[in-house]
Write a protein that binds this ligand. Structure first.
Ligand code: SAM
Length: 234
């Protein structure tokens, strides 16, 4: 993939950048109960609202957002993924997708009611430029949500920590506390239709050695996927 097709400031995301088809299987498997959306909607419903999905990837979550929101804006720094998101939402008039990064949102001030980032960019220290952009684009009375893996919990957290040893969960937690964001743990799960899909997903998420261990430790078609939902009001 030519680097010129990736906006400045993008955080490498090899899982979806290299294998969007496998990442699609992951998205299909994650959270069959819709617990993450329900938790966000309970805090700040988005019926009739303008919703921004930051780091929307191939736009997997945009149609569900568009089923309730008046307007949905996807922002994705990888131009090819942004094109896939646009194609996915071609029949949905309220959806727009921009090839851009969280640090430089191509949106007017105070134009968004609800911003959501799922497993994208807002990973703790270093995401201050994106937080400044959220403060600029989210209207008074709006909310921003960040959904991410909780690396402190369960086998998934352990496999992640072995794959990214530089990641410090205490530093990430302290960062969000300093920023004044709230949190709640979410016990999500991934449920696959086929064992081969589960194994393929583990192989894009972890180093080869850790993936093989994860595959050996996992029976059946289901994985616990402990997440944390963070949010703040504007
Ligand atoms: C793990 S994927 C998640 C994609 C999508 N949120 C989903 O749930 O399907 C992370 C995404 O964040 C995007 N990303 C990386 N750096 C970013 C940045 N600076 N601003 C916004 N998005 C970014 C990546 O290109 C990738 O598409």
């Amino acid at each position: 993939m030519a680097m010129s097709r990736i906006a400045k400031g993008a955080i490498p995301s090899p899982n979806i950048w290299n294998t969007p088809q496998v990442y699609e299987l992951e998205n299909r498997a994650v959270d069959p109960e819709g617990a993450a959306d329900a938790a966000m909607r309970a805090l700040r419903p988005w019926d009739g609202a303008t919703v921004l999905d930051i780091g929307c990837g191939t736009g997997y979550h945009l149609p569900a957002l568009a089923s309730e929101a008046a307007r949905v804006i996807g922002v994705e720094p990888h131009a090819d993924l942004a094109a896939l998101a646009r194609r996915r939402c071609a029949g949905l008039p309220g959806v727009t997708v921009h090839a851009a990064a969280a640090q430089d949102l191509p949106l007017p001030d105070a134009s968004v009611d609800v911003a959501v980032a799922r497993w994208a960019y807002f990973f703790g220290p270093g995401c201050e430029p994106g937080l400044r952009e959220l403060s600029r684009v989210v209207r008074r009375g709006g909310a921003a949500f960040v959904l991410d893996l909780d690396a402190t919990r369960g086998p998934f957290g352990r496999w992640f920590s072995r794959t990214v040893p530089s990641y410090s969960a205490p530093e990430v937690e302290a960062f969000w506390v300093r920023q004044g964001w709230q949190r709640r743990p979410l016990d999500l799960r991934m449920v696959f239709e086929r064992r081969a899909d589960l194994e393929a997903v583990l192989r894009i998420e972890f180093t080869p050695e850790v993936a093989e261990q994860a595959i050996a430790e996992t029976r059946g078609l289901e994985l616990a996927y402990p997440n944390v939902l963070r949010w703040r009001w504007y």
